[in-house]
Design a protein around this ligand. Structure first.
Ligand SMILES: Nc1ccc(F)c(C(=O)c2c[nH]c3ncc(Cl)cc23)c1F
Ligand SMILES: [Fe+3]
Length: 292
């Protein structure tokens, strides 16, 4: 008996326009705008393009994970527990803020720092877990080249049978794809996952109906049970990411960098942060040294 494979379709295409966030930082916001509010389990995707002194100085997080993937340039990061380091080209930082992180994220030099930051929501059972870092230098980020002209970095999940070692509390797949002109790839996506594509450069045809798109677009995938997404490149600089995850389907109450399930929990997050308790121990009065 033959098994029919159904391709996903693009049901929405949104162009991200430049906007400012943080301290003078330029971002192209994908998920998180009013047109793309919360694509469960995803809360935000920013393509950031920042030059010092702009950046994202001292700020807290509670209730979700931030995934920082650098494309060009370098960031410095430091948190209130003394965890610090650099995120360079191709490096990955998967930070589960969970019960509480306070940190600073700024360009390491005066040159351009260009990359992606994805915010992945956590289920209520994980929101107050211990924070956790998974950090991979570019040399250790899983990659697969199914054929010449198809270069895939497997940030999370699996692609062409190759799995990333990144543990995702909220089941997530995240791949970075560079596709030579004329090449076609197919990415398997678990049928229950909600997903989207974010285009970084170049032009390609996406999905079952060959939706044509160029840079800075978010292409939302349908949820009608398709098991893969086909992409055909029309240019040599074709570069995009495919991100998909298991929806959490719980209430979302968000106030900036706090994402919980109830308004009461948001009040508590502010209370804990102000008083330095329940995961924010040491936060009051902490300032990062990397800004100096
Ligand atoms: N306003 C506001 C409120 C809370 C935040 F956490 C942030 C913030 O840190 C970021 C938002 N986009 C980002 N892209 C990349 C990086 Cl490295 C950081 C951010 C922010 F800007
Ligand atoms: Fe942050």
């Amino acid at each position: 008996m033959s098994v029919t494979r159904t391709a996903r379709k693009i049901i929405k295409a949104i162009l991200s326009r430049e906007q400012m966030d943080g301290d003078g930082a330029r971002v192209y916001r994908s998920i998180g705008t009013h047109q793309l509010r919360n694509l469960d389990p995803f809360l935000m995707l920013d393509e950031f393009d920042v030059k010092a002194p702009a950046g994202f100085p001292d700020h807290p997080h509670r209730g979700f994970e931030t995934v920082t993937y650098m494309l060009e340039g370098e960031f410095l990061h430091e948190d209130f527990k003394g965890h610090k380091g650099r995120i360079g080209p191709g490096d990955l930082q998967w930070m589960s803020a969970a019960r509480g992180i306070v940190h600073s994220e700024i360009p390491a030099t005066n040159s351009r720092a260009h990359g992606l930051q994805l915010w992945v929501n956590l289920s209520s059972k994980d929101k107050m877990a211990e924070p956790n870092y998974q950090e991979y230098p570019a040399s250790k980020v899983t990659q697969v080249t199914p054929e010449e002209g198809i270069d895939i970095k497997v940030i999370a999940g699996e692609s062409y049978g190759v799995k990333s070692p990144v543990m995702t509390r909220t089941p997530t797949m995240f791949i970075d794809v560079k596709l030579a002109k004329g090449k076609t790839m197919e990415q398997a996506i678990p049928k229950e996952y909600v997903g989207f594509i974010y285009t970084i450069s170049g032009t390609a045809l996406f999905g079952s109906e060959n939706h044509k798109s160029d840079a800075h677009h978010t292409l939302v995938l349908d949820e009608n049970g398709g098991s893969f997404i086909p992409v055909e490149s029309l240019s040599d600089d074709c570069h995009f990411v495919i991100i998909a995850g298991q929806p959490i389907r719980e209430p979302i109450v968000q106030y900036g960098p706090f994402v919980m399930n109830t308004q009461q929990e948001i009040y508590k997050a502010f209370h804990d942060y102000d008083r330095g308790i329940n995961g924010f121990e040491g936060a009051p009065g902490w300032t990062s040294s990397i800004r100096d």
